[in-house]
Design a protein around this ligand. Structure first.
Ligand code: HEC
Length: 160
C-alpha cells in the first residue's frame, strides 16, 4: 500500500473514533439526557369526564395546555409567578389526546389549578364568565348540566 493511502486510512479511522467519542461516548455520561420528565398522575373518573367536556365544548380553541420555554409564553398571564416551569414531554404521557392547543385567546391552563383553586369559582366562571371575571370575552356555558359543570371544575383543579 502506498504511504499516502496509508495516511488517509489512518486519518479516516481517527476521525471516526473521534466522532463516536464526542457524539456517543461522552454524552452517555451526561445525567440530564437520562432524566425522564415527570409524568402526571392519571385522572380520576370525574376529572376524565371533565376533560371530555373540555374537548367536546372546544375550550382548547382558546386555551392552550403548554408552557413554552420562551419569555413570550409568560406575557399574557396575570400572575406570572404561578405559571410554573416549561412543560415537559412526560406531562402528556397519561393524556390522550394531548390538548396542547394552538392559539391563546384566553390564558394557558397548564397549571390553572394552582392559581385558581376554588371549585365554586370555576363553576360560576363557566356558567357566567363575565360575572366571575370582569370584561371576559369567554362565552357562558350555563347550558351544561350540573354534572358536566362539576366534572369540568374537577378537571380544571387537576391541572397542576
Ligand atoms: C372564545 C374563547 C374562549 C373559549 C371558547 C373558552 N375560553 Fe376560557 N377564557 C377565555 C378568556 C379570554 C379568558 C380570560 C378572561 C376570564 O377569566 O374569563 C378565559 C379564562 C378562563 C379561565 C381562567 C384562567 C385564568 O388563568 O384566569 C378558565 C379556567 C377557563 N377560561 C376555562 C375555560 C373552559 C373550561 C372552557 C370551555 C368550557 C373555556 N374556557 C372556553 C376565552 C375562552
Amino acid at each position: 500500500m502506498p504511504q499516502s493511502l496509508n495516511r488517509i486510512v489512518v486519518t479516516a479511522v481517527g476521525l471516526l473514533v473521534l466522532g463516536v467519542l464526542v457524539t456517543l461516548v461522552l454524552p452517555a455520561g451526561d445525567e440530564a439526557l437520562h432524566r425522564s420528565s415527570q409524568e402526571k398522575k392519571p385522572l380520576t373518573a370525574l376529572e376524565e369526564r371533565g376533560r371530555q367536556v373540555f374537548l367536546r365544548e372546544g375550550c382548547w380553541a382558546c386555551h392552550t395546555e403548554q408552557v413554552r420555554a420562551i419569555e413570550a409564553g409568560f406575557a399574557h398571564i396575570r400572575q406570572p409567578g404561578d405559571i410554573g416551569a416549561a412543560s415537559e414531554g412526560g406531562e402528556y404521557a397519561a393524556r390522550s389526546p394531548a390538548l396542547l392547543g394552538a392559539r391563546r385567546r384566553g390564558p394557558d391552563l397548564t397549571r390553572v389549578g394552582t392559581r385558581l383553586s376554588s371549585k365554586e369559582w370555576h363553576v360560576r366562571h363557566h356558567q357566567d364568565p363575565q360575572a366571575a371575571s370582569t370584561g371576559s370575552i369567554m362565552q357562558p356555558y350555563g347550558y351544561l348540566s350540573q354534572a358536566d359543570l362539576d366534572a369540568l371544575a374537577a378537571y380544571m383543579l387537576s391541572l397542576k
